[in-house]
Design a protein. Structure first.
Length: 341
């Protein structure tokens, strides 16, 4: 600059030192204080992809290995990108095209491209493209580069695949709180809607899994869903159920089922919406849902319900009492059945 503007009496080094210090000072000040009134007419939290992704919030889908979390999240991104109202997942899409940026710590570009191609053929999806970036370091170490690409592609949604690698990398200690704090600080700086793919805890004793790592990952997310699998090995079909575990923004929705069917000859993967069958997800659905599902085949004694559901008689009687108070079941002699009206 001194050579470009030789006639100007400016100490450029001093000026840039001043600007650098001023920017750091403003950054440390953070946000200003605002006065917020409790008013009647306010905007409610908005879905970007209903009922799974809240706009401008941190959303997590977690599950065991093999639940095809990545494939389902990619299908969601395709639905938002078009947008595709008549999608076979039966999800409510945004009114205009929504740009997703996939941040991938798990695979590579060639594998990701194959996954998208497989979904396009299986779902009969129109031509669509997603933005993709292969990541290697924890997100806090790649933050500046990711910010640049967000601005470059005008990304609305970040799909983080997956939480463990993004939060800690190979050397990260996910059980401590620091990795969760650093990860969520990075997400706030990126300031975009996020869909994060998480792994499950290693606890093998309970039926209800949690997100692997520090409990702080759960505390910071605004919307958490668990994806579970029940496989029919004879047909190449995979039955999934999405359970809404935590939500700070609204009421939790009922479990939603999906059927995934692989066609190796056509190199395709189809995903369609289906009803959740409680007996296929024992321990994941509520006792009331399991009891009600068992009664769909007709009147049953408590002992017979126990044989179908695996629930203890005391739990069954409690569930029947609650269902009766909701006028959903009736008792005929010693047997129970669903009300027909």
């Amino acid at each position: 600059l001194g050579e470009k503007y030789p006639a100007r009496k400016v100490d450029w080094v001093e000026m840039f030192d001043y600007l650098g210090n001023k920017i750091q000072e403003l950054a440390r000040q953070g946000e200003t204080v605002v006065e917020v009134w409790a008013e009647d007419d306010v905007e409610t939290p908005e879905f970007l992809l209903e009922p799974f992704i809240y706009k401008n919030q941190s959303n997590i889908i977690y599950g065991n290995k093999g639940t095809l979390k990545s494939s389902l999240s990619q299908a969601m991104a395709m639905c938002m990108a078009l947008p595709w109202p008549a999608n076979p997942l039966e999800l409510t899409v945004p009114a205009k095209p929504t740009v997703s940026l996939v941040l991938d710590w798990e695979t590579d570009e060639a594998t990701f491209k194959y996954y998208l191609s497989r979904l396009k053929r299986g779902m009969n999806c129109p031509e669509v493209a997603l933005h993709y970036r292969r990541c290697r370091l924890p997100i806090v170490e790649e933050l500046e580069a990711i910010e640049k690409y967000i601005e470059e592609v005008k990304a609305d949604v970040l799909i983080v695949d997956s939480l463990a690698a993004a939060a800690g990398g190979e050397s990260g200690e996910l059980k401590g709180s620091q990795s969760a704090l650093s990860f969520n600080t990075a997400l706030r700086k990126l300031n975009r809607t996020s869909l994060i793919i998480g792994q499950t805890s290693k606890d093998l004793t309970g039926t209800r899994k949690t997100i692997f790592g520090s409990a702080m990952f759960t505390y910071y997310a605004r919307n958490i869903l668990e994806l579970c699998r029940s496989e029919d090995t004879d047909t190449g079909r995979v039955h999934l159920a999405m359970f809404h575990r935590e939500c700070n923004l609204g009421r939790k929705h009922k479990p939603i089922g999906f059927c995934l069917e692989f066609d190796d000859d056509n190199r395709s993967l189809s995903i369609t919406r289906e009803a959740v069958i409680p007996s296929e997800f024992v321990g994941k659905v509520t006792a009331q849902s399991a009891v009600a599902d068992a009664l769909k085949s007709g009147l049953k004694f408590v002992k017979e319900i126990a044989e179908v559901t695996g629930l203890k008689p005391n739990n069954i009687r409690t569930s029947l009492g609650r269902l009766k108070s909701l006028d959903k079941v009736t008792k005929v002699g010693d047997r129970w059945g669903l009300r027909t009206c």
